[in-house]
Ligand binder design. Structure first.
Ligand SMILES: [Zn+2]
Length: 304
């Protein structure tokens, strides 16, 4: 994309952004800019950035994107909540919010304008630091709002090839996806969160990210009554499948992914791995359908 006006188009799952050359200039992203940890600046054959920024590479443009005001954010959340209400949903999980969004929920609650129960997962450094210092907020407003879980991001998304795979992508043989959180950081946050009584929900889409989450849960001795979740659990090997059951880990799969995945999942992982994708039928007892407004590739982008 070229042009005089800066343009940034965020993928609906939040895992990549397509920007034009004006944004690349404003953000000082050039052929010499290194890929950040857990991020990828897609480049052409001449090594020039194409404008596709994957996962943590999106942080490079954060300072040049105008920030939504608190009023804008509240307006968007209000629209989303009203839509949930119309659909007849009485309780939703918001899978990954910072302190600003949580404070908007609290304001709405205080004003009696929260129409559905919200189970908010705190995400990001600031929110997690705050909640680790202060502990969970259980059942605010007689059960209308609770903040007693964290959402951690272990990898990216399958569509943008950010999902962390053990073996390379079939349609990109040099790529294995992105590790957004290292094992040592995962173990550290897991330990601290459990000490304070937080549920831990880890976004993991690629088979390697899913395995790393299960390994960390196993090493930590996580028990079924903690109800820890692997969000998406999109690509799970035969070896890892029974581990969900043994450890009582919830596979938080979103059936709404099926539509989009059916168009290109086999391109990404090839015929020998495609049966590992979205194994809804194979998870025998532990199955939870979660509306994940952040990483859902199909739903209307109602959160931001
Ligand atoms: Zn996610």
């Amino acid at each position: 994309m070229t042009g005089d006006h800066p343009v940034a188009l965020s993928r609906i799952d939040g895992h990549s952004t397509w920007v034009n050359s004006k944004v690349l200039v404003l953000a000082k992203i050039s052929r010499d800019t290194p890929d950040p940890d857990g991020g990828l600046i897609r480049r052409n054959a001449a090594h020039e950035p194409t404008g596709m920024l994957i996962d943590n590479a999106q942080e490079l443009i954060r300072s040049v994107i105008p920030k939504a005001t608190q009023a804008d954010q509240e307006h968007r959340i209000r629209i989303a909540l009203q839509q949930f209400s119309r659909w007849g949903l009485t309780s939703v999980h918001d899978a990954g919010v910072g302190l600003e969004t949580i404070s908007i929920y609290k304001d709405l609650l205080e004003r009696g304008e929260l129409p559905v129960r919200v189970y908010a997962m705190a995400s990001g450094e600031a929110a997690m630091t705050h909640y680790l210092a202060n502990g969970p907020e259980l059942d605010l407003g007689n059960g209308m709002l609770a903040v007693r879980s964290f959402k951690l991001f272990l990898d990216g998304a399958l569509g943008s090839r950010g999902a962390e795979m053990t073996d390379a992508y079939t349609d990109a043989p040099q790529e294995h996806g992105l590790e957004l959180m290292k094992d040592a950081d995962l173990e550290r946050v897991l330990r601290a969160a459990r000490q304070k009584g937080f549920q831990v929900n880890t976004h993991a889409i690629g088979d390697r990210a899913v395995r790393r989450a299960l390994d960390a849960f196993e090493e930590g001795g996580v028990t079924p009554n903690e109800r820890f979740r692997i969000e998406h659990a999109s690509i799970v090997t035969n070896d890892d499948l029974p581990r969900f059951v043994h450890m009582g880990v919830i596979a938080s799969i979103q059936p709404v992914f099926v539509g989009e995945y059916s168009r290109w999942a086999e391109d990404r992982v090839g015929p020998s791995r495609v049966h590992w994708v979205l194994r809804t039928r194979d998870f025998p007892t532990i199955f939870s359908i979660i509306i994940d407004s952040r990483c859902n590739p199909n739903a209307p982008n109602i959160k931001s």
